[in-house]
Design a protein around this ligand. Structure first.
Ligand code: AMP
Length: 378
């Protein structure tokens, strides 16, 4: 039997087919620039059918990545009509993401009626965040009515690398541990995890808050939005402000050049001032959050770097940690230089905090959760 992991994004569909028992990958693929979901999913199914000797009937379950599960979905769920309704009710909180996730679920339910459908949520990992980090300082009545809270995202990735970090840390006394995870890709977020429970994360009500990202601003004074929409600030429309903060800001906006750290490192080495500024703002914000979470955890045991930048850029890892030696973060500079895309410890001598690079694997996490649920069902 086999398990399909489906990640339906806003314009692409990623998928991985696993051998159920062994977890071996049979096939991994991606459909880019998707406009007609059903058509693209149909194509994926026919490709997979050719790969499976017993055909699609050997597909036992489909694990779906679902971006927003609100506060309701604290764990992965077997999808039935009620769960699907619950996912739909979170759509207003994630209008860019949940609709494509739902399309994938409805398609799979229709075309693969014998396979179990499992939803694995990007928000679940953060549902343990305590009230003081979950609440914005807004009138409680309004926050409650409109469900305005810190939800956090990238939870499947944070959960995966956190689990791996615990294995690498070995025997922490009575399971006590403080881990800071940094998911630094096109989107960037961090999580503070105490004794296995996430206690804070940098993304909030939407994936716009927090760190500087490829094209997203991260934290800013909310009054800026108001100002941009006023005559003095350029009279931007609602849609233009949304576009500005989500697609034109971050590394791209600061550098005026590119959202890709590779381009910026290269341009900085040639003396490009915009690239240098963008990378320094990026590293500074990262450092600020590392320090904040070190405090939140009353001292971290481990710092983890993952995703495109975290796994592949020794420069950004070093720039984020440089200066934090008095707090107990010491990097092994030479080791760090050599680590690209592989799991490795890069802790330097005398460091109180162990520092790791751990490649993320969201699909593997979804596969594992899917297998767990269908095994428990029996
Ligand atoms: P992700 O969203 O995890 O695929 O990460 C994508 C981002 O990772 C790209 O936009 C780059 O900024 C960054 N990235 C990928 N490879 C490298 C590399 N070798 N060095 C620096 N940054 C990289």
């Amino acid at each position: 039997m086999s398990i399909l992991v489906l990640n339906c994004g806003s314009s692409s569909i990623k998928f991985t087919l696993y051998e159920k028992e062994s977890g071996l990958i049979i096939h991994r693929g991606m459909e880019d620039r998707v406009t007609d979901y059903d058509q693209s999913l149909e194509k994926i199914l026919s490709d997979l059918e050719a790969l499976l000797p017993g055909g699609l009937l050997t597909l036992e379950a489909v694990g779906h990545r679902v971006v927003h599960g609100g506060r309701r979905f604290r764990h992965p769920h077997l999808i039935d009509a009620e769960v699907l309704e619950g996912v739909k009710s979170c759509t207003e909180l994630a209008p860019l993401h949940n609709p494509s996730n739902i399309r994938g679920i409805e398609f799979a339910a229709r075309r693969l009626p014998d396979a179990h459908q499992i939803a694995v949520f990007d928000t679940s990992f953060h549902t343990t965040i305590p009230p003081e980090a979950h609440h914005y300082a807004l009138p409680v009545k309004i926050a409650k009515k409109y469900r305005i809270h810190r939800y956090g995202f990238h939870g499947i990735s944070h959960g995966y690398v956190h689990g791996r970090a615990l294995q690498l840390l070995g025997d922490m006394s009575e399971g006590r541990s403080g881990v800071i995870t940094c998911h630094l890709g096109n989107g960037c977020s961090m999580a503070a995890v105490k004794n296995g429970r996430c206690v804070d994360t940098s993304m909030g009500f939407t994936p716009l808050e927090g760190l500087v990202m490829g094209t997203r601003s991260g934290d800013l004074d909310p009054a800026i939005v108001h100002y941009l929409m006023s005559p003095e600030g350029g009279a931007f429309t609602d849609e233009e402000v949304h576009d500005l903060l989500n697609r034109e800001s971050g590394l791209k906006g600061l550098s005026g050049l590119s959202s890709d750290v590779r381009d910026l490192l290269e341009a900085r080495s040639r003396g490009h001032a915009g690239a240098a500024l963008a990378l320094s703002v990026f590293a500074y914000r990262l450092k600020k959050y590392i320090c904040a979470y070190h405090g939140v955890l009353s001292g971290a045991d481990a710092l983890v770097f993952t995703a495109g930048i975290g796994e592949n850029s020794p420069e950004m890892r070093a720039e984020a940690v440089t200066g934090l030696e008095p707090l107990g973060f010491v990097l092994d500079g030479e080791k760090n230089e050599g680590v690209r895309g592989v799991e490795e410890e890069i802790t330097g001598p005398g460091s109180k905090v162990r520092i790791f690079v751990i490649p993320t694997d969201e699909d593997l996490m979804i596969y594992r959760e899917t297998v767990k649920i269908i095994s428990a069902k029996r």
